[in-house]
Design a protein around this ligand. Sequence first.
Ligand code: NAP
Length: 282
Amino acid sequence: MKLIDGKAISAQIRAELTERTNALKSERGIVPGLTVIIVGDDPASAIYVRNKARACDELGFASEVIRLPADTKQEELEAVIDRLNADEKVDGILVQLPLPKGLDAKPLLLRISPDKDVDAFHPYNVGRISTGDYGFLPCTPAGVMELITRSGIEIEGKKCVVIGRSNIVGKPMAMLLLNAGGTVTVCHSKTRNLAEVTRSAEILVSAVGKADFVTADMVSEGAVVIDVGMNRNADGKLCGDVAFDEVAPKCSYITPVPGGVGPMTITMLMRNTLYAAENNRK
Ligand code: NAP
């Protein structure tokens, strides 16, 4: 069994991004810029936003965090997005979710210019993922693809099973695996005989959000298991969806939690921001 080291792969990609960022600055005088809008005081969101700002600093990006009170009106948020859409120094705009009650995320995500939609949530970018005509890649699934390919694992021709069909993880994950030549099955809470389906996987990606959900009887000998889940166990410790101790001995490769998929997501956000600066700036 080999452990896929998300921290090491993430560091390797960040080094590549730093080189590209330096080249963009020296050759074209462009500093990539990411603006994050955070509304209210959700503690988990505050941590994510801090980590994003830190990643920007590390790579030499310009970063701005716009903090707004929980009682901000929908129209006020729309006006902020309009202003950022028009600001040519802003390459990426991100609205940190979840939003406080009373605010509707969907029209806001639609309002972000598809050219600055570094989360790849806008239907235009979702469509491009579907057709394989990639612009921005969805951050978490793109991170999973990097973990797989940089570990030297072939996807083409493999039976891939994704558990979870959310718009953020499960569906785009399935699409990227399909585009890479995998034969993909997507499972969800209505799937019958789940363990039978997951046992057919040569590559199994779990994005459910339940600790100890994937057990040894659900995994075939030699499978590659990627654990997207971020949960807390009974002791309050961060864990994934996979019952790691019993599943790992059966796997050819497995990602740990923490230290697997987690470190990749922000790195992919940085890559999308840099891509926007490289391709969309005049
Ligand atoms: P989500 O929107 O809650 O989706 C969970 C999916 O799991 C749904 O499609 C659901 O099916 C399915 N599911 C729930 N119970 C199931 C069951 N008993 N059998 C089979 N499928 C079941 O969650 P998400 O946003 O995709 O996130 C999934 C996990 O990934 C969470 O733990 C989240 O924290 C984590 N995550 C991690 C990162 C990272 O950077 N590492 C990023 C994003 C998310 P239905 O559609 O039928 O309800």
